[in-house]
Design a protein around this ligand. Structure first.
Ligand SMILES: Nc1ncnc2c1ncn2[C@@H]1O[C@H](COP(=O)(O)OP(=O)(O)OP(=O)(O)O)[C@@H](O)[C@H]1O
Ligand SMILES: [Mg+2]
Length: 294
């Protein structure tokens, strides 16, 4: 279906728009080149920490994502909004290897500035490459303490579930203390996770993800069911996590989005409808029409 009036962030359109700052093919380091057939335009974007390139996903003929291109810079906080069914969760499924796209690719620039294709990797492999995902419902171990939950997460990464405590080095213990402090649960470290409030469980789960040292953190509807105070605290937390990590937040609550937004991507019917500052997208007539209302 032709959508010529859309300003969707298609690969071709972006290549043209970026041409002024895009290095020539010769100037791009070899490790930044995408393997043949891996990408529509043959060359990767050196700056992008994550590059979702021209991805389409369909379920039984229904197109959940269509030619979707999205780039994330290292350390940025990106908000993704859009009506129900726009494809936000499906996008996270594609990035994390849960859903394989019919077309297109997803590329991660790792610490060594190697560009890794994610689409043919299994979910656990994508997680191991440093992409952490928080689902809407917290999944903490209710019978274990807050500290143990983070410890279990750290241990699971190293495959040493069976011999937890003895193997934690002082450095790792310091790291766990730091994580507890970041997520605001230091004082509750010895409480059973089942006794935490809904908001605290969400923070604990973020703490468990941090134990895995993700370079990209994806959070889908983090504040659903939270109190006002918990929501504010979550806004601070996500903002503090960006910078060192790339953070992607999907959320419907516009007050919340407004409080944290730097760059906002609006999805609609599986495509990027608009992208830019909160001011820009909330004044975009098409965004108002399909999502923000009168
Ligand atoms: N596994 C699946 N099988 C069939 N259809 C699916 C599947 N997953 C998603 N869809 C469909 O794809 C479309 C996009 O769904 P998705 O969950 O990504 O939307 P969303 O933007 O996250 O919406 P919401 O804001 O309601 O969470 C919807 O029409 C949904 O019904
Ligand atoms: Mg969703």
């Amino acid at each position: 279906m032709a959508m010529s009036t859309s300003i969707q962030n298609s690969g071709a359109a972006e290549s043209a728009a970026d041409s002024a700052i895009q290095p020539s093919p010769e100037a791009v380091a070899p490790e930044l080149r995408v393997e043949p057939g891996g990408a529509a335009h043959g060359l990767a974007r050196p700056r992008a920490h994550l590059w979702v390139d021209n991805v389409s996903v369909s379920f039984d003929g229904f197109k959940a994502l269509t030619d979707l291109t999205l780039t994330l810079d290292k350390g940025e906080l990106r908000c993704i909004i859009g009506p129900n069914g726009a494809g936000k969760t499906t996008l996270m499924d594609v990035i994390t290897g849960k859903t394989r796209p019919d077309q297109g690719g997803v590329y991660l620039l790792n610490e060594d500035r190697e560009q890794l294709s994610l689409t043919e990797r299994a979910e656990h492999e994508v997680a191991q490459l440093g992409i952490g995902r928080k689902f809407q419902r917290p999944t903490v171990f209710a019978g274990h303490t807050v500290f143990e939950n983070i410890e279990l997460s750290l241990a699971s990464r190293r495959g040493v579930f069976h011999s937890l405590l003895a193997l934690l080095s002082p450095v790792q213990r310091d790291k766990m203390d730091e994580i507890l402090s970041i997520v605001g649960l230091s004082r509750r470290r010895d409480e059973r996770a089942g006794l935490l409030s809904h908001g605290e469980k969400q923070w604990l789960e973020i703490g468990m993800l941090l134990a895995l040292d993700p370079s990209i953190l994806l959070v889908d509807e983090p504040i659903a069911g939270m109190t006002h105070q918990e929501t504010e605290r979550t806004a601070e937390l996500l903002q503090s996590l960006a910078g060192q990590r790339t953070v992607v937040v999907v959320e419907h609550d516009m007050d919340f989005i407004r409080s944290i937004a730097k760059t906002v991507t609006v999805l609609h019917q599986g495509r990027v409808l608009a992208e830019g500052s909160m001011d820009k997208v909330q004044n975009d007539p098409r965004v108002i029409e399909v999502y923000l209302g009168e």
